[in-house]
Design a protein around this ligand. Sequence first.
Ligand SMILES: Cc1cc2nc3c(=O)[nH]c(=O)nc-3n(C[C@H](O)[C@H](O)[C@H](O)COP(=O)(O)O)c2cc1C
Length: 210
Amino acid sequence: MNILVVKANNRPASEAVSSKMYETFMENLEGVNVTTYDVFAEDMPYFGQDLFNAFGKLQSGEEMTDVEQRLLAAKQKAMDALSAADVVVFAFPLWNLTIPAALQTFIDYVYAAGFTFKYDENGQLVSLMTDKKAVILSARGGIYSTPEAAPMEMAANYVKNVVGGVFGMEIVNEVIIEGHNAAPAQAEAIIAEGLKKVAEVAKSFSAVTA
Ligand SMILES: Cc1cc2nc3c(=O)[nH]c(=O)nc-3n(C[C@H](O)[C@H](O)[C@H](O)COP(=O)(O)O)c2cc1C
């Protein structure tokens, strides 16, 4: 089994809860092939017209600019990482109600017709990653699991809609740590309980192949 962990926070684990979730997952994983794709460490130019210009130049053979070459290489690297994985773990924070921009760029790279989805002859969306499993590990300082606040949450919901809804991966585990900023007195307990669940998820993958 190949596990790809998409790490989407470059704040230190001593300060950032989602970085701690990443670290806890890695520490409790044993006997499996695991690769980290660190979206903050990769050279990932923004997705935009430069990419479409690069596609055009790929066809025409015209020389590409530096950013066009970097974009094509980075997009390919992200797609290759996803292709090689049986399980994809996403570890990310909620920042400003959504995911960090670097994780958005990773998703932009792999969200491609003919790769993660396609349309059939009736115009219906067909998911192309149905053989993969996904795990969601996310932290958010406020509480977004109540019916009133849930529509404001655009990090875990977004990632799940993309990888589950569009790409067709089976979301097998979801650990959310929330409310530790809203309730500082309970923060330690909230975080400890969540990290325990993260460790259990990691161990469940270790056991499968042990
Ligand atoms: C740049 C930034 C933006 C944030 N925005 C929000 C927010 O919109 N809502 C919220 O409840 N918490 C917000 N937080 C708190 C985080 O959700 C909290 O720290 C959580 O643990 C996830 O981020 P972390 O893994 O970086 O700690 C924000 C934190 C940072 C650093």
